[in-house]
Design a protein around this ligand. Structure first.
Ligand SMILES: [Zn+2]
Ligand SMILES: [Zn+2]
Ligand SMILES: [Zn+2]
Length: 345
């Protein structure tokens, strides 16, 4: 029987369509990208993210590089620079205005690229744990830097797109992420804040902390558990194999994670991606959700109600008219089955 499941955080329903239940082998995996695993080499002459091609990007804002090497030259292992065609930028002054009943703000903000490796490698799972940790540290450093110098920024979001189906913009594949700082709170975060406020009103507890306790007790949807993190096949998954990575310690802000936590997280992310690759090899979006710097609902401060986390959304199915029209997703893989496949992989 199909089952309707309610997500208590974003307060939306999904259909777990057991009638259409699919096995991992029913999905084709992601389409190959030029420069991906097929021809994975150390260097691609046209790739702006490769070491040696620093001139193809705007000047760097952060780089972990060998002593004695100069900015915007080779010698780095993680490099951050503004996006070549940014979604938002600080070149336009921030300007808020009304337009009839509508609200507008100039396209102010930060859109930076983290080139995660100097080599032309496809994905985070191709790097070692220590290197992934440095990438996670770069996120933290940029967030702290921007937040302490620009009070206009209200929220950060970190996005990684892997594969054509996940909306990769570059034809050439080189492991990278986007750091986006915005003067507004986005819809998804706002939905999560509303859901967690409602829960807090009745229980005076963080809903994410309760989910962790509950999932660790039931063990039905645990993909893996480490000292500081737990990876859950989400109960109300919108798409097959939707995974949430949550820190066990209640913490609203990613950038206050400790070195020990981020070293552990690096291992957890890599293992999770390798498991996903083994089971369904999907294109995917990986999104880091962290608390904004003001609360839309000051009665319940974000420090109490919010808990940073990472969501991994494999792109194995296509949203059709029903999903677009209703916001109500159809998922043909029960999350408990997905957890089993991944835990065993
Ligand atoms: Zn490259
Ligand atoms: Zn919590
Ligand atoms: Zn989230």
């Amino acid at each position: 029987m199909p089952e309707l499941r309610f997500d208590p955080i974003t307060r939306r329903w999904v259909i777990i369509a057991t009638e259409r239940a699919k096995r991992p082998s029913d999905f084709g995996g992601h389409s190959p990208t030029a420069g991906s695993e097929v021809e994975s080499t150390d260097f691609h002459p046209d790739c702006p993210f490769c070491e040696g091609n620093e001139a193809k990007t705007p000047p760097e804002v952060l780089a972990f590089r060998k002593p004695g090497t100069k900015p915007n030259e080779p010698g780095w292992w993680v490099r951050v620079f503004p996006d070549i065609s940014p979604l938002v930028s600080t070149n336009t002054p921030i300007n808020k205005r009304g337009y009839g009943i509508y609200d507008e703000i100039s396209g102010y903000g930060y859109h930076e690229i983290v080139a995660e490796t100097p080599k032309h490698l496809a994905d985070l799972s191709d790097l070692d744990d220590g290197h992934v940790y440095e990438v996670l540290w770069a996120y933290k450093e940029r967030m702290i830097k921007i937040k302490t110098t620009d009070p206009n920024i209200k929220q950060f979001i970190i996005v990684r797109n892997f594969g054509v189906e996940a909306g990769e913009r570059f034809v050439i594949r080189h492991s990278h992420s986007h750091i986006i700082g915005l003067p507004i709170i986005t819809k998804r975060i706002n939905d999560e804040l509303i859901g967690s406020s409602i829960f807090y009103r009745f229980h005076e507890r963080c809903i994410f902390c309760d989910i962790i306790t509950n999932e660790l007790e039931s063990k039905e949807r645990i993909v893996l558990e480490s000292d500081h993190f737990v990876v859950i096949s989400f109960y109300a998954a919108r798409v097959p194999f939707e995974l949430h990575i949550l820190p066990k310690r209640h913490n609203p802000f990613y950038e206050t994670s400790t070195e020990e936590e981020l070293r552990d997280l690096a291992k957890v992310i890599r293992t999770t991606l390798i498991k996903l690759k083994k089971v369904v090899n999907p294109a995917y979006n990986m999104i880091l959700h962290t608390a904004p710097y003001y609360s839309p609902n000051p009665v319940y401060p974000v420090e109490e109600i919010y808990h940073w986390h990472i969501e991994i959304m494999p792109r194995l199915t296509k949203a059709a008219g029903f999903e677009w029209g209703t916001g109500f997703h159809i998922n043909p893989v029960p999350p408990e089955k997905a957890a089993l496949y991944l835990a065993e992989a």
